[in-house]
Ligand binder design. Structure first.
Ligand code: APR
Length: 310
């Protein structure tokens, strides 16, 4: 049986690290694509030359030509611009929408059965661009955000309580950004809700740090944004899909009535398997939690409306 094929578009920090994780986990052969000539080829060559040391036989190929991506099982989209000095969020939105729309159309044309994993920010809005450009059903367009946000929350919970990160579970809903909705009562340590383990003040401090998790990394790096944790999250999604794991993970999905939301990509728990999103898992929210979810969805709606008006 031949190995699955995963295309990663954008050979920058997130893209190259994702390619590395997927290949080193033995999940799939990887095609790395970028608009810059030589960049994906150089990174793919370097990654290939680490394979004998790491001990895997997945191939990693770099290209600027979408023909090489044909027949991919998964296409990961990380291409885009980072916000530059003087560039407004809206400028970034329009620029990245152009990039994501163009790369998704080219990739979808040669891999019509692929599952798209979108990473480029602003994430939820870029998922809307991708579903439109591909014409794919909602099962096959998935945004990576919730795993990253909940991984950040889990890290801070583990540090706070001095326990293994593997004993923690965290639940984060909503859009990827300032309005994300961490749910402490569904976040646990070995099954014990966080609300039984920490004071409301300490929980609020951890929630706050989670909300600002991306910005905290940016402030330290000074140029560029996080990529190790985002790449790990994408690799987990790819593993769940290719292994048909039916793993329940928080991802951005197009809601069609679920969580009282219509026609918007927002982060919710989904079941991931070989068909992509196999189920949107609905959980009961309190009125306050639903209100926070609604505010988060409204922030996504605002960006999507801006895109439609552009
Ligand atoms: N086609 C292909 N690749 C492109 C295109 C395009 N039209 N436009 C830009 N790229 C490539 C760039 O050449 C660059 O190599 O996308 C890559 C982006 O890489 P980085 O600048 O290193 O950004 P990275 O840190 O990887 O983040 C990528 O993921 O987490 C999000 O907010 C982040 O939107 C950003 C994206």
């Amino acid at each position: 049986m031949s190995r699955p094929k995963v295309t990663v578009i954008g050979a920058g920090n997130v893209g190259a690290t994702t390619a590395q994780r997927i290949a080193e986990a033995g999940l799939a052969d990887v095609v790395l694509v970028d608009i810059v000539e030589g960049l994906p080829q150089g990174k793919a060559l370097d990654l290939s030359e680490s394979a004998p040391v790491v001990g895997h036989d997945c191939t990693i190929r770099g290209t600027n030509d979408y023909a090489d991506t044909a027949g991919s099982d998964i296409v990961v989209v990380t291409s885009g611009l980072a916000r530059q000095p003087g560039m407004s969020r809206d400028d970034l939105l329009a620029k990245n929408a152009g990039i994501v729309g163009s790369v998704v159309a080219q990739a979808a044309a040669v891999s019509p059965d692929a599952i798209l994993i979108i990473v480029t920010n602003p994430l939820d809005a870029m998922c809307h661009v991708a579903i439109k450009a591909s014409g794919f059903p909602r099962e096959r367009v998935i945004g990576m955000a919730g795993i990253l946000d909940s991984a950040r929350f889990r890290t801070f919970i583990a540090w706070e309580l001095g326990v293994s990160v593997t004993s923690t579970n965290a639940f984060v809903l909503g859009g990827h950004g300032d309005t994300m909705v961490p749910l402490p009562r569904y976040s646990t340590v070995a099954g014990i809700p966080l609300t039984h383990l920490l004071s409301p003040e300490r929980i609020e401090a951890l929630v706050d740090r989670t909300r600002n998790g991306g910005a905290e990394v940016v402030a330290l790096l000074k140029s560029g944004s996080a990529y190790y944790a985002p790449a790990a999250a994408v690799a987990q999604m790819a593993g769940a899909i290719l292994g048909d794991a039916k793993a329940v993970l928080p991802c951005a999905a197009l809601l069609q009535g679920e969580y009282r939301t219509e026609g918007l990509f927002v982060g919710v728990p989904v079941k991931l398997g070989r068909k992509g999103i196999e189920q949107i898992v609905q959980i009961e929210l309190t009125e306050a939690e639903q209100a926070a979810f609604d505010r988060s969805a409204a922030a996504v709606r605002e960006l999507v409306d801006k895109l439609a008006a552009a």
